[in-house]
Design a protein around this ligand. Structure first.
Ligand SMILES: [Fe+2]
Ligand SMILES: [Fe+2]
Length: 295
């Protein structure tokens, strides 16, 4: 695709956003439905503990409490990514010509992401869960991401998060056993993020043209590290300790859970496919993806 074809795509994305976007500030998004008290925070199959001896030993209401806490962690990571991507991408575009189609779409994307973060915060509250603090290591990575990372790596890590959430949330939005506010917010997010993903893929492709082999190699590895940290961050010991579960037992249950590995690999698959098509997978990156059970 040449520059003018990319511009036409960015224009079309903006037009699509003008036609179909949601105002997630409406309280109707968070209204519970009859029966919601017994419903999960996310599709139970997405719980890292699903199917383990620990899971089997829980009552159904304990499992509901678990998935509600876990979804709060997942959405908390979502918020962290959405705020981080804005800092990184806006920083790089601060002096750019605001009439450029890609810059205009970025403005729209940031507007979306702010509303998504607010939406996730409201959704967490509406199911009686709360936000959990992250590991310090992740906060350090966040700092590096916001201040240092360059174009194709920033868009690569953004896309990694968006692709994983896309696969998960397509399940959540259509699961009868998931509480209504989560189903509705997942639906809004899936629709609006599909444009962001198209945008990020094109920005990466444009950026890769004429890139030196050395820089491509460094960027490939950094995207893999970013994806690894995102996947790792979804499991936070504080969630389990808060529920009175012993972390060491939880960890060994998760580590031995083949079902969990399969769901995460599924979630990563579209992203890994994209990387492989664009020449952003090398031996080192494959090793990292395999280590984090994403390949
Ligand atoms: Fe978002
Ligand atoms: Fe997004």
């Amino acid at each position: 695709m040449g520059a003018s074809e990319s511009d036409a795509l960015f224009d079309a994305l903006l037009e699509s956003a003008q036609r179909l976007s949601f105002d997630s500030r409406s309280p109707r998004v968070y209204e519970p439905e009859p029966g919601d008290d017994e419903r999960h925070g996310m599709t139970p199959q997405w719980s890292p503990l699903f199917g383990t001896p620990m899971w089997d030993a829980m009552s159904e209401s304990e499992r509901v409490r678990l998935t509600r806490s876990e979804v709060a962690q997942f959405l908390g990571v979502g918020i962290w990514l959405e705020v981080g991507l804005q800092v990184a991408l806006l920083r790089a575009s601060h002096s750019a010509n605001p009439a450029r189609p890609d810059v205009k779409f970025l403005f729209n994307e940031c507007a979306d992401e702010n509303l998504h973060s607010l939406m996730f915060a409201s959704a967490i509250e509406s199911i009686g869960s709360h936000f959990y603090p992250r590991d310090r290591m992740l906060d350090f990575f966040g700092w590096v991401f916001r201040h240092i990372i360059w174009d194709e790596v920033a868009y690569g890590i953004v896309l990694a998060g968006e692709e994983m959430f896309d696969v998960m949330q397509r399940d959540w939005m259509s699961s009868d056993d998931v509480a209504a506010p989560i189903r509705r917010t997942a639906y809004i997010h899936v629709i609006e993020e599909s444009r962001h993903m198209t945008y990020a893929r094109q920005k990466i492709r444009d950026r890769l043209i004429g890139l030196s082999r050395f820089r491509r190699m460094v960027s490939t590895l950094l995207i893999a590290v970013g994806m690894h940290l995102i996947a790792k961050s979804l499991i936070n010991r504080r969630v389990y300790e808060d529920l009175g579960l012993e972390w060491d037992v939880v960890r060994s249950n998760i580590d031995e859970n083949e079902h969990h590995r399969m769901t995460f690999r599924n979630a990563a698959e579209p992203f890994i496919d994209f990387l492989s098509k664009e020449g952003l997978l090398n031996g080192g990156a494959r090793w990292i993806y395999r280590k984090s059970n994403l390949l």
